[in-house]
Design a protein around this ligand. Structure first.
Ligand code: HEC
Length: 119
């Protein structure tokens, strides 16, 4: 009986470990999205094309932000070194340089103009 208990405990530990490892091994695309949600961007932004919805009623939808932006500009804009329509962004991105790169790469994939065929 005791052995069964420890065996089950052991199995649960293994499963937990795999789940943990798996959460770090996702593709770049998911990572960027993860940074986006973790950085609270969804407080003010939604990405309707990916069904990411903000609680804010007048949230700015970023579904097509990749269509007319470039990486260098967005990176500077998100750390308030660059302005858009004479205004700086509301918040300064607080993550690392690497996270900023991943985030911006992901933002640039957001295009609704080129409609992808649904599977
Ligand atoms: C406090 C609210 C707020 C938060 C939080 C916020 N933003 Fe914004 N963001 C805005 C507003 C407002 C604008 C529009 C500014 C303008 O039009 O002058 C904007 C504009 C943008 C744009 C440019 C959109 C365009 O029209 O090209 C991008 C990209 C963007 N935000 C990304 C982000 C990312 C990524 C995060 C998270 C790291 C974030 N925002 C967090 C309020 C916010």
């Amino acid at each position: 009986m005791k052995n069964t208990f420890f065996f089950l405990l052991f199995i649960s530990a293994i499963v937990a470990l795999f789940a943990f490892a798996f959460s770090f091994s996702q593709s770049d695309e998911v990572d960027g999205q993860q940074i986006f949600t973790d950085s609270k961007c969804i407080k003010c932004h939604s990405v309707e094309s990916l069904e990411i919805t903000s609680k804010k009623d007048d949230a700015l939808d970023l579904s097509n932000v990749g269509a007319d932006s470039d990486a260098e500009f967005l990176k500077k804009y998100l750390v308030k070194e660059e302005t858009m329509n004479d205004k700086k962004h509301k918040t300064k991105f607080k993550g690392s340089e690497e996270e900023l790169n991943t985030l911006v790469d992901w933002l640039l994939t957001l295009k609704t103009e080129e409609v992808e065929t649904e599977g």
